[in-house]
Unconditional design. Structure first.
Length: 261
């Protein structure tokens, strides 16, 4: 198989410092089969390791971000094979990416598609976006964060409703419930995300990575532990040249030049 058969990968933004990954399995509404997920993992890793890239965008097409894990691939699996084969475990690579990943959701983000978007750091939605966890309708439950990340994002009542019934929410409700940070017209949302990616890519990559780690710790730690971890990371920024440069540039009324050191 070609390196990228089910995804498109390009560099975008004025300085080419934003990596764009487009899921490209339109006939199956970007159903997340094993091959697609493994191509995605490789592409994310390549951008993550590339010094020229400061932020990554993950999107689908105007009809679907992704309609879930590939149901046809799952039909004949049994417990032993999913357990031994660590089914879906490789998906965690998405949330292990160190650089900020922005999901741009147009159309369906269902099941694994919604979970994939929630593994990203920021979600922008097009006006036609729908989010849902319809696994219950096919006799299973979410396996990649739908019962966990969704609950933390939108709260128990809405998450329970979505998980127990498959009821979808639209872009507007996703915005008011805190699942996404912005909604834009469908044909503009990718460009808005690129602008956001460029803004992030213009910061110190070193400090951006530390900042992402700090925010993510809010999901994993108690408040006391999280505040402690944040303060330590904050102190750590004082061991960097970029911290000194940033504050000096402010005082000297000039733009900072980051060296990621
Ligand atoms: N897996 C495999 N194929 C899928 C798919 C999926 N999740 N979603 C859509 N497709 C395929 C359809 O089978 C169809 O293929 P054919 O043309 O070969 O029949 C093609 O994509 C187009 O789909 P539809 O004809 O169904 O399109 P539609 O516009 O009528 O409906 C839809 C769109 C409502 C999204 C509908 O496709 C649908 O309900 N999809 C399944 C959604 C779902 O249940 N997702 C959860 C999957 S389980 C999961 O994700 C587990 C986990 O937690 C990781």
């Amino acid at each position: 198989a070609k390196a990228h058969e089910m995804i498109h990968v390009e560099r975008v933004g004025l300085n080419g410092n934003v990596g764009l990954i487009k899921l490209n399995r339109p006939k199956a509404l970007n159903a997340l089969c094993g091959q697609l997920m493994s191509e995605l993992r490789v592409a994310l890793r390549e951008f993550d390791d590339d010094d020229k890239i400061g932020a990554i965008i993950l999107t689908g097409n105007e009809k679907a971000f992704a309609a879930g894990a590939d149901i046809k691939e799952m039909i004949n699996k049994d417990f032993a094979s999913t357990y031994s084969g660590r089914f879906l475990e490789e998906w965690t690579a998405v949330s292990d990416t160190r650089k900020p990943v922005i999901a741009v959701v147009n159309g369906y983000a269902l099941g694994g598609g919604c979970e994939l978007a929630m593994m990203c750091d920021i979600i922008y939605a097009g006006e036609n976006a729908f989010f849902g966890q319809p696994e219950i309708n096919i006799g299973t439950i979410p396996g990649a964060g739908g019962s966990q990340r969704l609950t933390r994002a939108v709260g128990k009542s809405l998450s329970m409703e979505m998980n127990l019934t498959g009821n979808r929410i639209d872009a507007k409700q996703a915005l008011t419930s805190g699942l996404v940070s912005k909604v834009y017209p469908t044909d503009e949302v990718v460009n808005k995300a690129i602008e956001l990616g460029e803004k992030i890519a213009a910061q110190s990559p070193l400090i951006v990575a530390m900042c992402k780690e700090a925010v993510n710790s809010a999901y994993e730690m108690t408040l006391r532990e999280g505040l402690h971890f944040e303060r330590r990371l904050f102190h750590n920024t004082f061991a960097t040249k970029d911290r000194k440069e940033g504050m000096s540039a402010f005082a000297e009324k000039r733009k900072p030049t980051w060296t990621s050191s």
